[in-house]
Design a protein around this ligand. Structure first.
Ligand code: AP5
Ligand code: MG
Length: 190
């Protein structure tokens, strides 16, 4: 399956991706993780990306798209993938469509984890990643609202959007996602 896990900062994309990639037997492609890796390695791309992440802004499309393009070309992605944190702009979504078209592939679904900002804020402050400072969190929320949230409409109009209540325990959210995946699997076997 080709799935995008979507949602605001702290929605639980990475947390749910952990079991979901095992369940689906597909690689987990988190652009946030990939960017943190190139930053840790000190590459030119990493150096270019760092200040954007530190400020809670989006890393420029060309840098992110290059990373995703390289990764999607690898053989392990032919049987499917779970994209986490990508696409985040309309330009990224359009590029993703083109990359998939080139392999005659298409997304199966976009899972949106919906969580109110007060809960997100608490989760992120408790976690304390370097970009989880109060002012950077606020900036990330603003960027999500302005640049990323419009993608919900884009995917809804294509019939791919599945919204999930992302509040409650990790296990409760897991059960809700599990139900969607199972429904999709049985619909495609009929
Ligand atoms: P990225 O790493 O993708 O961060 P994010 O989208 O802000 O989301 P998070 O990773 O913070 O949250 P999550 O939804 O994965 O939640 P998690 O499971 O960790 O991106 C970081 C930066 O990289 C961006 O700001 C941008 O600069 C850049 N970037 C990345 N992709 C890009 C792109 N495509 N284009 C441009 N720039 C890009 O959960 C959060 C916390 O809550 C954890 O501690 C977790 O244990 C806890 N938690 C999870 N679920 C629950 C639950 N149900 N109950 C209680 N606690 C929970
Ligand atoms: Mg994450």
């Amino acid at each position: 399956m080709r799935v995008v896990i979507f949602g605001p900062p702290g929605a639980g994309k990475g947390t749910q991706a952990e079991w979901l990639t095992t369940h689906l037997s597909v690689p987990h492609l988190s652009t946030g993780e990939m960017l943190r890796e190139v930053i840790a390695k000190g590459t030119a791309v990493g150096r270019a990306a760092q200040s954007y992440i530190d400020d809670g802004k989006l890393v420029p499309n060309d840098l992110v798209i290059q990373i995703v393009d390289d990764r999607l070309k690898e053989d392990d992605c032919r049987a499917g993938f779970l994209l986490d944190g990508f696409p985040r702009t309309l330009a990224q979504a359009e590029t993703l469509n083109k990359l998939l078209d080139a392999h005659s592939e298409a997304l199966d679904m976009v899972i949106d984890l919906a969580v109110p900002n007060e809960i997100l804020n608490k989760r992120l402050l408790d976690r304390g990643r370097t970009d989880d400072a109060e002012d950077v969190i606020q900036k990330r929320f603003e960027v999500f609202q302005a640049e990323t949230k419009p993608l919900l409409e884009h995917y809804d109009s294509r019939g791919l959007l599945r919204s999930v209540d992302g509040t409650g325990t990790r296990d409760e959210v897991r059960q809700r996602i599990r139900q969607l995946i199972d429904q999709h699997a049985s619909a495609n076997n009929d």
